[in-house]
Unconditional design. Structure first.
Length: 543
């Protein structure tokens, strides 16, 4: 009985402690470990970290995400600039100390999801769940189920609206891999409307399929989620190449009046971001210099007679000096590669934006990702419907305006490759007087090309004749009354070899019907040639 009472008391005390924690959390007074960039002051209030290097790194992370719209892009930007990110030891002998390491994707997600960077106190964002086998896992709780959420509880690096926009953007990026296939970050494929095109029949997000044509990857937008789930035909398929071109032209027309302002904003943003990165690298040098000076002062303050302590402090000083040299070398190298001011080439590029925005948009060297970023700034979404002959695109611009484009359905590849009717008629006419090789030379001389834009060759001409069932030149000559070799030999009473010799000698006449030199002959007249008796077979006399 005594043991049961003790267990009851322990349970009661644990419940009281838990109740006190929840009560403090609901009032926003619970002392909790703070994320990097936030610290407690002497009075126990949460403030921004007074270390400008740490605070600058956090601010730079948020600014980079606002520009790149992707956590992975933030990591790439930090690595490309040679920047590191701080982290605080939470346990062990170095608890509370800060180290620096390359930025990781998980760190970016933790920073962007944490509402404390927006100045809000939050408690109960995660909950432990017991898994089969006795293991415990931490799961994320929806915001409406948090125990406490108090906006404006302390200073923050961003506003609450910015934090909500960041979390929404992360959710959209994650949903790009889910069932809805919503708008994810712009990627490298040439499809301009990736993630923002909607089916006009069912309202679902459309996916992309690429196919090669003429050495290029051309997109086709597909609404196939229901078809995959229920084994049905796809809802809609929209050829994307022509649609992307028309929407690109619309965007160019929208951007042109704002080109000067956009160029100035781009220039200012690039210079600001370069200055931030340079300031972060300089802070690393200052930190290393401080530690080196601190190690020097400790070494000079020790009693020289205490050799054991002096030797250790001297080693620490040497280590700090090496760290300072490494930091300075890294700063100098990065400064050479990442100048704070724009280079002349970059300034020329931005100046070109003012006068030649269509040229930059259509420049093959411009990455597809950058075109998509411009499209995301101006477009909310594009809803497309397709009939037998037309494609209709309803475009919602970010400012609330609407546009509607109607364009014909592009011809299928097999139809594009078809020969033109005028070319078929011309080949049909030329067959009356020319062989296939002669027709090929005539078409090439006139500069005529097939449906794919390639000049005609002999194989193409022969394929046209077979495909469209044009009468062959041999049949045309036979219909005109010419006769074949064997019949001509029978009428003249000579061998076929003699007929060929007489043809080349001009004794009999005919016309070639192919490119192998085979001939159909004009029937002999009332006075056909005859072979002279007792003479060579190639001499003749009138019959």
């Amino acid at each position: 009985m005594k043991g049961q009472l003790s267990e009851y008391e322990l349970h009661f005390l644990r419940a009281r402690l838990r109740g006190g924690i929840l009560s403090k959390a609901r009032r926003g007074e619970l002392v909790m470990p703070l994320p990097i960039g936030l610290v407690y002051d002497a009075a126990g209030h949460v403030i921004l970290d007074p270390d400008t290097a740490i605070a600058g790194a956090v601010r730079h992370l948020f600014a980079t995400f606002e520009a790149a719209a992707s956590a992975t892009a933030v990591v790439k930007a930090f690595n490309a600039a040679g920047l590191t990110f701080p982290w605080r030891h939470e346990k062990g002998p170095r608890k509370g100390e800060v180290d620096w390491q390359p930025l990781r994707h998980s760190t970016v997600l933790h920073v962007l999801h944490n509402p404390r960077y927006a100045g809000a106190f939050a408690y109960g964002r995660h909950r432990e769940q017991l898994l089969p086998g006795g293991k415990r896992a931490s799961i994320t709780v929806p915001r409406d189920q948090w125990i406490s959420f108090i906006p404006g509880a302390h200073p923050g690096y961003i506003t609450l609206d910015q934090w909500e926009a960041n979390t929404a953007k992360l959710a959209a990026n994650a949903a790009a891999h889910g069932r809805d296939r919503a708008a994810g970050p712009p990627r490298e494929g040439p499809a301009l409307l990736q993630g923002i095109i909607i089916c006009g029949r069912c309202g679902g997000r459309m996916t992309i399929r690429y196919h090669a044509r003429g050495g290029k990857d051309l997109p086709t937008y597909l609404c196939q989620r229901d078809g995959i789930s229920n084994a049905r035909p796809i809802c809609t398929a929209i050829p994307g190449h022509t649609l992307d071109q028309r929407i690109g032209q619309l965007l160019i027309g929208t951007l042109t009046p704002l080109a000067v302002e956009a160029a100035l904003q781009v220039s200012a943003e690039l210079e600001h971001r370069a200055a931030e990165a340079d300031a972060l690298r300089a802070a690393h040098v200052d930190r290393a210099r401080y530690h080196a000076d601190l190690a020097r002062r400790r070494y000079l303050a020790v009693d020289p007679a205490n050799r054991l302590v002096a030797g250790t402090l001297e080693a620490d000083w040497n280590t700090a000096l090496r760290a300072l040299n490494d930091a300075q070398a890294a700063y100098d190298k990065a400064s050479e590669q990442h100048h704070g001011q724009l280079t002349s080439a970059q300034k020329d590029r931005i100046a070109q934006l003012v006068t030649d925005l269509p040229g930059i948009w259509n420049d093959p060297a411009t990455p597809a990702r950058e075109r998509k970023r411009i499209a995301r700034l101006l477009l909310t979404d594009v809803t497309v419907t397709r009939t037998t002959d037309t494609i209709t695109a309803h475009i919602r611009l970010a400012g609330g305006q609407h546009r509607t484009l109607t364009l014909p359905v592009p011809e299928p590849a097999w139809k594009i490759r078809q020969a033109k009717a005028s070319t078929i008629d011309e080949i049909d006419r030329l067959l009356d007087h020319h062989t296939s090789a002669e027709i090929t030379a005539i078409l090439q001389g006139r500069g005529l090309a097939n449906g794919e834009g390639r000049p005609y060759n002999l194989t193409m001409v022969q394929r046209v004749i077979r495909t469209y069932h044009l009468r062959s030149r041999r049949q045309r000559l036979l219909d005109a009354g010419l006769i074949p070799l064997t019949q001509m030999a029978e009428l003249l009473g000579v061998s076929t070899g003699t007929v060929k010799i007489w043809y080349h000698a001009g004794i009999v006449s005919g016309q070639r019907y192919n490119d192998k030199g085979q001939v159909l002959y004009n029937p002999p007249g009332p006075n056909p040639p005859a072979r002279h008796q007792g003479r060579r077979h190639d001499t003749v006399r009138p019959a």
